[in-house]
Write a protein that binds this ligand. Sequence first.
Ligand code: HMH
Length: 206
Amino acid sequence: MAESCAALLTDHPALWKAATEHAFLDQCADGSIAPQQFNTWLVQDYHFVLDFTRLVAGCLMAAPPQDFNALFDGLAALKAELNWFRDKAAERGLELGTARQATCVTYCEFMLGLASQTYGVQATALWAIERAYNEAWQKPGAMASPYGEFADRWGNPGFSDYVLLLAQQADAALDKADGATQAAAQAAFVRVAELEQDFWQMAYAA
Ligand code: HMH
């Protein structure tokens, strides 16, 4: 049977739970996160989103025309998101030129490496990365000020719809794909889950 986004989630419950639940998020929800830790995440995630944007551009290079509109919408949202990160960093007096931590570098290299994979693998990774944040930022429930704005960026219903569309596109690609692409898509999903878990932890390693 062909791999699908729903099957990837049900086949790896513990891994996905670890990717989408973390003390960092719980501490944002109850307001107890140390500002330094939140700021560490913010700066590193800005660097992450720069290379994530390149991943989406790579998907556009490989995608069938019927998938273009979702990717255009994704890129437009990333334009707004990168400007929003710059605003948040300025409000907090943060230096975005700060070096990337090793975990961020590893995640960025993984994302750039996806460009040499087939579209089914790229589409699966794109979905998994967006799904991770969509789920993670919603799980703790309403967040203490000022973190509600951050939770809403990835937890809002429009973003959830976008994630569902990305799953449909990945499923359509995987449905037609050979066994090698399906195996590589599963491996990419597992790697995303591992890297997401590491990324939350990185906030505590400044
Ligand atoms: C680490 N994963 C990470 N950062 C993000 N901004 C997203 C996923 C969603 O774009």
